[in-house]
Write a protein that binds this ligand. Structure first.
Ligand SMILES: [Zn+2]
Length: 254
C-alpha cells in the first residue's frame, strides 16, 4: 500500500454488496485502478464517484488488491455534456473505449491528458461526433493497430485520391486500386481527413467543421475499421448507434 496524489477521472462505478461501490478511476499517475467505496450513499465520496468527474485524488494504492480514496480536491464535472443525451452518450463511449484500450495499472499520462482535453472541448461545445472520430483514430495504436492514411501502401506516393484496402491494411492510389478487388470504394476525402486528424493539434480543432454527410461517411468507415482491426463491441457504442436511428425517425422530413 502506498499513498499517492494524482488527478483522475471516474470511468464508471458499480454496486458491490449492499451499498458499497467499486469505482474505476483512470489516474494520471497510477494508471487505471479499481477503488472500493464503503457505504457510498453515506460517504462524502458519493458526489465524486460519478462517471465523468475529474478531481485530484489522494489515494491509497494497492498493487495486489483494491485501492481506496482517502480524500479529494479540485473537483470538476462536465455539466453541459451531462445535460445533453447525445453528447453524454458520446462521452460515455470515450470513457468505455479508454477503459478497453489500456490495461489496469499501466501508466499512460498522454492518454489521460488526451481524454480530458477531448472532454473539455466537448464541454466547450465543439462537435462531439468529430471529436469522437479523432479520439477513436488516435486510440487505434493503443489497440496495436497502426494504419497509415498518408501514402499508398504499394508505391508510397502521397496526395492522391486514395481508397482503403482492409486486406492490405492500407491505402491504395488510383494506379493500385486493382491490388484489391474488394477495396472500400471510399470518398477520397475520408482518408484525406483521417490523415489530417492523425496529426491534428487541439488549437486546430476549433476551426474544423464538417457537413453531416461527410461525418456519416467517416463514421461508417471508422466502424468498419474498429470491426475489422480492433474487434470490440461496446454497449455504449451500440447505444449511440440506436440513438442515431431514433434521431432519424424523430427528424422532420426534408
Ligand atoms: Zn500506389
Amino acid at each position: 500500500m502506498q499513498t499517492k496524489e494524482s488527478k483522475g477521472i471516474i470511468l464508471y462505478n458499480r454496486a458491490y454488496k449492499e451499498s458499497d461501490r467499486l469505482v474505476k478511476i483512470f489516474t494520471e499517475e497510477a494508471g487505471k485502478r479499481m477503488f472500493f467505496v464503503k457505504q457510498a450513499p453515506q460517504s462524502k465520496l458519493q458526489s465524486v464517484i460519478q462517471p465523468l468527474t475529474v478531481a485530484d485524488f489522494i489515494m491509497t494504492i494497492s498493487d495486489t488488491g483494491l485501492s481506496y480514496i482517502m480524500d479529494y480536491k479540485s473537483v470538476r464535472a462536465y455539466p453541459k455534456i451531462s445535460g445533453d443525451l447525445f453528447s453524454l452518450s458520446y462521452a460515455t463511449y470515450l470513457l468505455a473505449l479508454t477503459d478497453a484500450a489500456i490495461s489496469d495499472k499501466v501508466l499512460d499520462p498522454h492518454l489521460f491528458a488526451f481524454l480530458v482535453k477531448t472532454l473539455d472541448l466537448m464541454e466547450e461545445g465543439l462537435d462531439y461526433e468529430v471529436l469522437t472520430l479523432i479520439f477513436e483514430l488516435q486510440l487505434l495504436d493503443r489497440f496495436g493497430v497502426k494504419l497509415n492514411f498518408h501514402e499508398c501502401a504499394i508505391c508510397h506516393r502521397v496526395g492522391l485520391p486514395f481508397d482503403f484496402s482492409h486486406r492490405i491494411a492500407g491505402l491504395l492510389c488510383p494506379d493500385h486500386y486493382q491490388e484489391d478487388p474488394n477495396r472500400s470504394h471510399l470518398d477520397p476525402n475520408v482518408p484525406y481527413l483521417l490523415d489530417q486528424f492523425q496529426a491534428v493539434r487541439f488549437e486546430d480543432l476549433k476551426t474544423i467543421s464538417l457537413k453531416a454527410d461527410m461525418k456519416k461517411k467517416l463514421r461508417v468507415f471508422m466502424d468498419a475499421i474498429y470491426d475489422d482491426f480492433v474487434g470490440i463491441r461496446l454497449k455504449s457504442k451500440q447505444f449511440i448507434d440506436d440513438l442515431e436511428k431514433w434521431g432519424q425517425i424523430m427528424k422532420p422530413e426534408e
